[in-house]
Design a protein around this ligand. Structure first.
Ligand code: ADP
Length: 463
């Protein structure tokens, strides 16, 4: 059944980080706004199966690791966790945040969330397939913010593998701690999950197709991180997974390495080989360009139609929640500007953190990327070995590297490996996005004894 056509100023396809910041801003500005999402709740995959639930588990694992470092203080007991309780904690946070978002939605006039799946009928008409039928909306502006989905490669037995969805969604599939876990994929999701479960006591074997882990990230940073990870993670590189089979008690995995087939057994196998943009049906039919990474947009987030925007993971530029939020606001500002761009997303200056234990984080250019671009840099260094907070926490591995343009000493990038990496990169990122120099950073009296004082010390290492 198709209900009659309705009209709206702005429709967002999806209700995640690429959608709702714009939706709220535009609704507050007096425009009528509809968000569409099959989940029927706001916050997208970040809260459903991504950042928030995975970090709820990560922080529990980190507390456990920290306690173990101080076991010599006479902490008694086995220092083990009941994984069912960890999951219950994660689920409780998700419920709490869904309730919070429902309240925010209820308090905002001009804005409604429709549970359904959106598809394009023409550049101004979107059909929403709901449980009770199809609703067609004529839209003055559209923001495609449909995010990305877990990619499962066509390996025989792939359906026997868990994905991050099965680990982190509300009431997840995995509720008891496996003794042995195989992880396919050496990207950030594979490594983070390996780290958390290794902390809980699971024996991890991680298989990576190529010769390197965290492909595409700065080698110097990765080389500093890897030795700091749990010794309970066993890496097998250059391993091409052939198939997965069920056994009486778990899973058997076959992989090719150097021309021979080998096999491994475990209780569970996690497939973590990446995510793919979720392109709404009809997008290509109306002539919107879809590239290798996702929907093609420039810094204004507009597609070839000035009134149709693509924000967040679906454009594949920087598939991270905070990037989606910023992009969503850029789209909102440009809609308020009558689809004449007046705000632009900076795809470079976005902090990225690998939330392993310990973590690593980066922003902007690395030294090798700068060299590739012919940009001469000077490097400011600080090692956590000499850091008071790192010493207090007995977590002295890693350090901070800041890259400054050689002549102007303007910050062009940086990374952190070790304690507080995910927090420190925020301060470094702000300095980068505001065009600060080594002089500015060197002059700022960051707090002692916090790890952020290392940022100033790294800058001062140049003088
Ligand atoms: P981002 O952070 O880029 O916004 P998310 O993955 O967090 O991405 O959120 C995207 C949301 O879009 C998800 O909740 C997903 O269910 C929803 N979605 C995906 N495809 C469609 C579609 N065709 N119609 C409506 N919503 C969609």
């Amino acid at each position: 059944m198709t209900l009659g056509s309705e009209s709206v100023d702005v429709l967002t396809i999806g209700a995640g980080g690429g959608a709702y910041p714009a939706a709220f801003r535009l609704a507050r500005a007096g425009l009528s706004v509809v968000m569409v999402d099959p989940k029927g709740v706001m916050s997208g995959n970040c809260l459903y199966e991504g950042c928030v639930p995975s970090k709820a588990i990560r922080e529990t694992a980190e507390i456990l690791e920290t306690q173990r470092r101080f076991a010599h203080f006479g902490l008694t007991g086995s220092l083990q966790v009941d994984y069912g309780q960890v999951v219950a904690h994660k689920d409780a946070i998700q419920s709490r945040r869904y309730a919070q978002h429902a309240q925010e939605l209820a308090n905002t006039p001009n804005l409604q969330l429709i549970q359904g799946t959106a598809r394009f009928l023409d550049p101004h008409t979107v059909a929403i397939d709901t449980e009770t039928g199809q609703r067609n909306f004529h839209c003055a502006h559209i923001i495609i913010a449909s995010g990305a989905d877990v990619f499962v490669p066509p390996i025989p037995g792939a359906e026997l593998c868990l994905t991050s969805h099965d680990l982190y969604k509300p009431e997840p599939v995995l509720r008891t701690l496996p003794k042995r876990m195989l992880i396919i994929g050496g990207g950030y999701i594979g490594l983070e999950t390996a780290s958390f479960f290794a902390a809980f006591g699971t024996q991890i074997t991680l298989l990576q197709k190529g010769p390197q882990l965290l492909t595409g990230m700065d080698r110097e940073m990765v080389e500093m991180l890897l030795p700091l990870l749990s010794p309970n993670i066993h890496f097998i590189l250059n391993a091409e997974v052939e198939r997965v089979e069920a056994t009486a008690t778990g899973r058997r995995l076959f992989y090719q390495q150097a021309g021979t087939t080998q096999q491994l057994e475990a209780d569970v196998v996690l497939m973590a080989v990446g995510r793919r943009p979720a392109i709404p049906a009809g997008t290509a039919d109306i002539g919107i360009e879809i590239g290798k990474r996702g929907i093609v947009v420039g810094p204004s987030l507009q597609t070839r139609y000035p009134h149709i925007y693509a924000a967040g993971d679906v454009n594949g530029q920087v598939p991270l929640f905070h990037a989606a939020v910023r992009q969503s606001l850029v789209a909102a500002h440009n809609i308020l500007g009558g689809d004449q761009p007046l705000d632009y997303a900076d795809f470079q200056s976005v902090p990225t953190t690998i939330f392993t234990l310990p973590g690593a984080a980066y922003i902007g250019l690395s030294a090798s990327q700068a060299a590739q671009q012919g940009l001469a840099v000077r490097t400011g260094s600080y090692d956590f070995q000499e850091d008071s907070r790192a010493q207090i926490l007995e977590a002295m591995g890693g350090g901070i590297r800041l890259f400054f343009a050689k002549e102007s000493l303007r910050l062009v990038g940086g990374w952190v490996v070790g304690i507080d990496a995910g927090s420190l990169i925020g301060e470094i990122g702000l300095a980068l996005s505001k065009g600060l120099t080594a002089y500015d950073l060197a002059q700022f009296a960051d707090q002692h004894p916090m790890s952020a004082e290392g940022i100033g010390k790294a800058a001062r290492s140049l003088f």
